[in-house]
Design a protein around this ligand. Structure first.
Ligand code: CA2
Length: 143
């Protein structure tokens, strides 16, 4: 059965509790429930992880048995060569995901190290991007 890792980076544990004007009022737990529903409908399994630590994210990427990774690396998107290298090392398909449209925001968010190693990117759709990403990854893995 297809298995997908959904990995969330720093500060995303605060979703729904701070800066609702930028990140909305939906919590990460709500997003996980959306993913659970979508995975059930698609007939696939998933793991949902969040870490505030770059090294922990690298370890999770190394260790996962998932067929593909949906990655919202949060601020590490714009800084982490270590996470980019971890993705290259495991050679699994990665779909980059962001809640906000990073290209509409500050210049420093326009560059993504993750985009160099991701087959696709979804941004700007808020929480709805998560179930869409699961569907897109499932279709990509079936190709
Ligand atoms: O739009 C996204 O999903 C981001 O990955 C979110 C990151 C940001 O650094 C990226 O440029 C774009 C920030 C996540 C911080 O989440 C918070 C949630 C609530 C309150 C404060 C931060």
């Amino acid at each position: 059965m297809t298995h997908i890792l959904i990995l969330n980076g720093p500060n995303l544990n605060l979703l729904g509790t701070r800066q609702p004007e930028t990140y909305g009022t939906i919590t990460l737990k709500d997003i996980e429930a959306m993913c659970a529903r979508e995975a059930g409908a698609l007939g696939i399994t998933y793991e949902f992880e969040q870490s505030n630590h770059e090294g922990t994210m690298v370890d999770l990427i190394h260790a996962t048995k998932a067929d593909g990774i949906i990655l919202n690396a949060a601020a590490y998107t714009h800084s982490s060569i270590a996470i980019m290298d971890a993705i290259s090392a495991v050679n699994k398909p990665v779909l980059e995901l962001h809640l906000s449209n990073i290209h509409q925001r500050e210049d420093f968010r326009h560059h993504s190290y993750i985009s160099k190693v991701a087959f696709a990117m979804i941004c700007g759709l808020g929480a709805s991007g998560y179930p869409l990403a699961l569907r897109a990854m499932n279709e990509h893995l079936a190709l």
